[in-house]
Write a protein that binds this ligand. Sequence first.
Ligand SMILES: [Zn+2]
Length: 73
Amino acid sequence: MVKLIVVQNADMNTGDKMKFCPKCGSTNVEWVLPQIWSKWECRDCGYIGPLIVEDGKMAEEIRKEYLKKQNKI
Ligand SMILES: [Zn+2]
């Protein structure tokens, strides 16, 4: 029991990784269904899919490109 708690805490500590939308770079992403953890939904652009970005720099680039496109429209 004690070990299990320790493992969970360790996961929390490495959980600094943010989740970003691969389409717009938003952090406003959630699991569509908790049971189907491989599917994500973006509340900002409506993206639904199995891909998620955990790299902050990558997300920044995606965000820039996305905003550029938005401005053109
Ligand atoms: Zn998005």
